[in-house]
Design a protein around this ligand. Structure first.
Ligand SMILES: CC(=O)SCCNC(=O)CCNC(=O)[C@H](O)C(C)(C)COP(=O)(O)OP(=O)(O)OC[C@H]1O[C@@H](n2cnc3c(N)ncnc32)[C@H](O)[C@@H]1OP(=O)(O)O
Ligand SMILES: CC(C)C(=O)C(=O)O
Ligand SMILES: [Mg+2]
Length: 579
């Protein structure tokens, strides 16, 4: 890295004078632009292994499904595959009547003729000529002055116009001209070339010319590109009959912003690729652009309601992978790992009504609108808090943990993730929950019980319980009374324990319905502890929860004189040690 980059690089300055009368900053985007997918050309020309015809057909069909009405199908003069693919689309009737295919060519006579031959017979076709006009290209690639460069555009336009007239019987032609490397071309020269081409074609309301102003190489911040587009928009001839198009590349990583600001600056049309494929760092990503519009409440006129299928098809055809953080489509974009995000998403999801304005924190779009499901939303690692853990248990296993238990349990999960250093699946979370709460059957285990009681009775202690419990292989029958089944059971155990919190809900449905009970128990003056029980019978579930809490308390309590041990000693005098 050189320490003085100014000795090697200079910024491109499109305006000699101040351009402070720009208006685009106070504009907003109100409708979708005309879209052109250049996946089968700019996208394809930049693949390590360009698509074969079969893959190009799959891609073309996918583009139709998404709803593209303009599709650049290739550079037919470049190779037999490109030529044959174009012919196949036309001859085998792949192109719906409302779709226009586009083909690209350099502005060279032999190539233009071959291009027209390739596309002749399509109902509608765009023939797209380009030549680079930027100073470095004039000097290095062409070794020509401005007039010579303009002449390339003029010759190409004149020849194409003649050929359009000659082959007008089967095809409705449209001309597109690109000032290649517009992003680094002096504006007054770009305007001169553009106006000369416009004047040759004399476009009309029924046959508009497409003027494409590409950021072939992204050269400056998006606001400068927007200035360039606005200036051209104001100054080109016959503006009403010209479709102003942009084609941003992503060299600086700002192609999406460039396209958005360019639309604010007057562009009518955007050329780009799905997932931002294309030369070098790629073209502008049309999925991101379209879904950015969608999240502003604007119909993008492109359908990404099954984004995973679009991704699968593109990955198959291009053999390129989608980065996990790719906007809207990456594996991880609807995933929250960190605790506070998970908490907010969980709250947002539970408050969100199906037909209401979307306002789930941290999620700019409803994953369901893209055909992605909520299950992927939350993943748990060592940064995760209670929200994610609780969400997973609820989604996958129907367990709705009381808030305090969420906090307690998330610590158990955190201990596990800290140890493994890895993300945990919903199944792993459940297994931790099971061993922490559900498998707490020792030292005390419930064998059976019988309760008698009348909830309507006036006396305080109207419930009596008889229960058989087991400890270290020995079984005993215990009895107790209380004003509820649980308090009667606790009294049978002979423990100074109080229920601090009790929650229950049903799990599953119909014949498979079970009850889940969550009990927060304070034993003597110790910190409270949770127990959870699940059973077909709600009383059994609650007794299990109580014993689970006691067992957990015993495991964490090192004091040998602990009151629980004392209670065991009373019920099971022969048991001297439970360790
Ligand atoms: C920014 C973009 O993405 S532009 C599209 C780029 N994509 C492609 O080029 C893919 C397909 N292209 C090809 O396969 C080849 O370039 C072909 C088959 C079209 C032409 O191949 P060749 O005839 O060997 O020419 P080559 O591609 O090397 O082009 C160089 C010549 O064309 C001239 N040229 C380049 N661009 C243009 C243009 N837009 N209009 C007119 N002439 C041009 C160059 O000045 C050079 O001329 P020179 O040989 O007199 O110095
Ligand atoms: C040929 C043009 C449109 C192009 O791909 C570019 O300039 O990036
Ligand atoms: Mg390009």
């Amino acid at each position: 890295m050189i320490t003085k980059p100014a000795t090697k690089y200079v910024p491109f300055r499109p305006f000699k004078e101040d351009y402070s009368d720009r208006t685009w900053p106070s504009k907003s985007i109100t409708k979708a632009p005309i879209w052109l997918s250049t996946d089968l050309r700019d996208g394809n020309q930049s693949l390590i292994e360009p698509m074969n015809i079969e893959r190009k057909i799959s891609f073309f069909e996918q583009l139709l499904k998404i709803g593209f009405k303009e599709i650049e199908v290739g550079f037919p003069s470049a190779s037999k595959t490109e030529f044959d693919f174009t012919r196949k689309l036309i001859e085998d009737d792949y192109i719906p009547d409302d779709v226009t295919i586009s083909v690209l060519t350099q502005s060279r006579e032999d190539l233009i003729r071959k291009t027209i031959e390739a596309v002749y017979g399509a109902k509608h076709a765009i023939v797209h000529l380009y030549n680079a006009c930027a100073p470095s290209f004039r000097k290095i690639v062409f070794n020509m002055n401005r007039d010579d460069i303009k002449q390339i555009a003029v010759n190409g336009a004149n020849l194409t116009k003649d050929l359009f007239a000659q082959y007008s019987d089967k095809t409705i032609w449209q001309y597109e001209y690109s000032i290649e490397v517009f992003s680094s071309t002096e504006l007054e020269f770009a305007l001169d070339v553009a106006n000369t081409v416009i004047d040759i074609f004399q476009p009309t309301a029924t046959n508009k010319l497409i003027l494409n102003l590409p950021a072939t190489v992204e050269a400056s911040t998006p606001n400068i590109y927007a200035d360039q587009i606005e200036w051209m928009n104001r100054n080109i001839n016959n503006r009403d009959n010209v479709i102003l198009s942009v084609h941003p590349h992503n060299d600086r990583g700002t192609a999406v912003a460039s396209a958005e600001l360019a639309i604010m600056a007057g562009a009518d049309r955007v050329e780009g690729c799905l997932f931002g494929h294309g030369e070098r760092t790629g073209n502008v990503d049309l999925i991101t652009l379209a879904l950015n519009l969608y999240t502003q409440g604007i119909n993008p006129e492109l359908d990404f309601s099954d984004i995973d299928e679009v991704r699968r098809c593109v990955e198959h055809c291009t053999q390129m992978i989608t980065p996990p953080r790719h906007p809207y489509a990456g594996d991880l974009v609807f995933t929250a790992f960190s605790g506070s995000h998970q908490d907010a998403i969980k709250k947002g999801m539970s408050l969100q009504k199906t037909d209401a304005i979307w306002e789930v924190p941290y999620l700019p779009i409803d994953p369901a609108d893209l055909g992605r499901n909520y299950d992927a939303v939350i993943r748990v690692n060592s940064q995760s808090g209670k929200g994610g853990v609780a969400y997973l248990l609820e989604r996958e296993y129907g367990l709705v943990l009381p808030r305090k238990l969420q906090i307690e349990f998330s610590r158990a999960v955190q201990r596990f993730t800290d140890k493994t250093g890895r993300e945990v699946t919903a199944e792993a979370v459940y297994n931790i929950f099971k061993s922490e709460y559900l498998d707490q059957n020792s030292p005390w285990k419930l064998i059976r019980h019988r309760i008698d009681g009348d909830p309507q009775a006036a006396e305080a202690k109207h419930f009596s319980v008889e229960a058989e419990i087991e400890c270290s292989g020995e079984k005993r029958i215990i009895h107790g009374e209380g004003n509820g089944a649980i308090s009667a059971f606790i009294s049978a155990l002979g423990l100074p324990a109080r229920i601090m919190n009790y929650h229950e809900h049903s799990l599953g449905s119909n014949t498979n319905t079970r009850a889940a009970c969550y009990v927060e128990l304070r034993i003597d003056h110790n910190n409270s502890v949770f127990g959870v029980g699940i059973d077909r019978d709600i009383v059994t579930a609650s007794f299990r929860a109580v014993l689970g809490a006691i067992n957990r308390h015993l495991k964490s309590e090192k004091n040998l004189n602990n009151i629980c041990r004392f209670a065991i000693g009373v019920i099971f005098p022969s048991i001297t040690s439970i360790d």
